[in-house]
Design a protein around this ligand. Structure first.
Ligand code: SF4
Length: 184
């Protein structure tokens, strides 16, 4: 299907920030098409592989999830610096979606619910070590850095992920509305 393409493999990375991993599960739902793509891309950093550090010079970084913590913010800026293109995968990355429901109550109210009202142990002790600090507001990726591609869905369907990656490999613009929409 994509035989006539460039012989140079694209360096692709994926990550989930404040997401449920559902969009990454959809990536795996491409099934045997992943093998087809693997002829043209190398996954150099991802929850699917065991790389610890974000490499430099990534051709395409696929990011699931919104930005909720100071750590998310640091990571997305690092990703922007090291990537030619960033693809926001799924509604959380694009709009905040479910991840941003916390904004309705506010960070303090959420912390009090979790660590006061519902806590069985260590009531009233907010985690302030190791656990990243929550931002005052959950934001979509494009409020922190420039984003090149947006592929919606909750989760983004495997067909949409495949067609978009294939289009990027081939250098063909893909109409994502044929394969997905917000809130799918
Ligand atoms: S868009 Fe939906 S499936 Fe994807 S990370 Fe967010 S909640 Fe999960």
């Amino acid at each position: 299907m994509i035989d006539s393409l460039s012989k140079t493999k694209l360096k692709v990375a994926t990550i989930w920030l404040d997401g449920c991993s559902g969009c990454h599960m959809s990536f795996l739902d491409m099934d045997e098409r992943i093998i087809e793509l693997a002829r043209y891309i190398d996954i150099v950093y991802s929850p699917y592989v065991d790389t610890k550090e974000i490499p430099q010079n990534i051709d395409l970084f696929i990011v699931e999830g919104a930005i909720s913590t100071d750590h998310d913010l640091k990571i997305i800026k690092e990703i922007r610096k090291n990537s030619k293109k960033i693809l926001a995968l799924g509604d959380c990355a694009i709009t905040g979606n479910i991840s941003s429901l916390k904004n309705l109550a506010g960070t303090q109210a959420v912390l009090e619910k979790g660590y006061f009202d519902l806590a069985d142990l260590n009531k009233g002790q907010y985690p302030d070590k190791i656990v990243p600090k929550l931002l005052d507001k959950v934001i979509p990726l494009n409020e922190a850095v420039d984003i090149d591609y947006f592929v919606p869905g909750c989760p983004t369907p495997a067909d949409a992920i495949f067609e978009v990656i294939k289009g990027l490999i081939e250098g063909i613009k893909v109409d994502v509305s044929k394969y997905t929409r917000f809130g799918l």
